[in-house]
Design a protein around this ligand. Structure first.
Ligand code: NAP
Ligand code: ZN
Ligand code: ZN
Length: 346
């Protein structure tokens, strides 16, 4: 076994603290890489606090992982020692179901294996990227271009693919009016991709102070959702809403902003089930949909697209000891626009 160190939550009510643990030996098809940076996703906080379901503790969160390969198994063909490598939210899946066969491992019918708070096929818990090193089957390790700033690439592994995938699936682009609801980690990537794909992008935000940032990110319009004068102007306006909100929110208000036949795509996952008035959907034959991260082929496609178009996340680098200060700011919506842990501080 390989000695590893990281930050773990012992229980859902305790804060993360340093923890030593073991990773599996590098198997014939495994890649081991030393983690240089790990992004901080709101899902990390939802999970260490058991906000979605009862988790597996101790829990080492983190699924926006980038680093440098230090060891490869004998049969590994995709990576060499010294290569940059990345891992997102998945480290394994059944590989045989209808979804896995077409690269939709995130929807594995037999349940994929999450990077943390999950169990590998042998039943052992998985531990995430708030740690110094990781061992993953080469099929679930992604290649990263040397061209981009590595810490700013880390958030692409979750915030990036989670927004890229639905925008691609619904073919959002030229001629579409896209609203991005919530300007946080996911939201700011949704803006960047929406703009890159040619849509007219409007940010719907609770934070008036984010207007200048939204425009710098490329958004064409900005609306403060608590200002009814502003929201009235976009009644029946959008083809799509990409909803990244992590807390309960008012679907009646947002659905009223969709055109007839418009689609409200949820990627945010509030702890409680959403309350959606049927009337708000019926009035204009609107669709409510949701999308989860992305499969391995599409995640690589997104990373390659970002390298080609020079797209990275806007980040604030933190020391790992400050992780709870970062969570507190994230909960207040004060994230600009993704915290990334410098793993050298571990
Ligand atoms: P984040 O950085 O905290 O961003 C969420 C943003 O939502 C906030 O910055 C804030 O933006 C807005 N917001 C927060 N509370 C709100 C409220 N009560 N009403 C309206 N808006 C509110 O979080 P994130 O990392 O982007 O993650 C967002 C959500 O997506 C989380 O629930 C996370 O678990 C989920 N997620 C889902 C997937 C998936 O596969 N579907 C993948 C990753 C994450 P403003 O200040 O602009 O209002
Ligand atoms: Zn995430
Ligand atoms: Zn499967």
């Amino acid at each position: 076994m390989i000695n590893a160190k990281g930050y773990a939550a012992d229980t859902p009510t305790t804060n993360l603290a340093p923890w030593n643990f073991k990773r599996r030996e590098v198997g014939p098809l495994d890649v081991q890489f030393d983690i240089l940076y790990c992004g901080v996703c709101h899902s990390d906080l939802h999970q260490i606090r058991n906000e979605w379901f009862a988790g597996i503790f101790p829990m080492v969160p983190g699924h926006e992982i980038v680093g440098k390969v230090v060891k490869v198994g004998k049969q590994v063909t995709k990576f060499n020692i010294g290569d940059l490598a990345a891992v997102g939210c998945l480290v394994d899946s059944c590989r045989t179901c209808d979804n896995c066969k077409v690269g939709l491992e995130q929807y594995c019918l037999n349940g994929g294996v999450g990077t943390y708070n999950s169990r590998a096929k042998d039943g052992t818990p998985t531990y995430g990227g708030y740690s110094n090193t990781i061992v993953v089957h080469q099929d679930f390790v992604l290649s990263v271009s040397e061209k981009l700033s590595l810490p700013a690439v880390a958030p692409l592994l979750c915030a990036g693919i989670t927004t890229y995938s639905p925008l691609r699936y619904w073919k959002v682009g030229k001629g579409h009016k896209l609203a991005v609801l919530g300007l946080g980690g996911l939201g700011h990537m949704g803006v960047k991709f929406g703009v890159a794909f040619g849509a007219e992008v409007t940010v719907l935000s609770t934070s008036a102070s984010k207007e200048d940032d939204a425009k710098k990110l490329g958004a064409h319009k900005f609306i403060v959702t608590s200002d009814s004068k502003q929201t009235k102007n976009v009644k029946g306006y959008f083809d799509f809403i990409l909803d990244t909100v992590s807390a309960p929110h008012d679907f009646k208000l947002y659905l009223s902003m969709l055109k007839t036949n418009g689609t409200h795509i949820m990627v945010g996952i509030p702890p409680e089930p959403n309350r959606v008035p049927t009337f708000s959907l019926m009035d204009g034959r609107k669709s409510l949909a949701a999308s989860g991260i992305g499969g391995l082929p599409e995640t690589q496609e997104m990373l390659d697209y970002c390298a080609e178009h020079n797209i990275v996340s806007d980040i604030e680098m933190i020391d790992i000891k400050d992780i709870h200060k970062a969570y507190d700011r994230m909960v207040k919506g004060d994230v600009r626009y993704r915290f990334v842990i410098d793993m050298a501080t571990l």
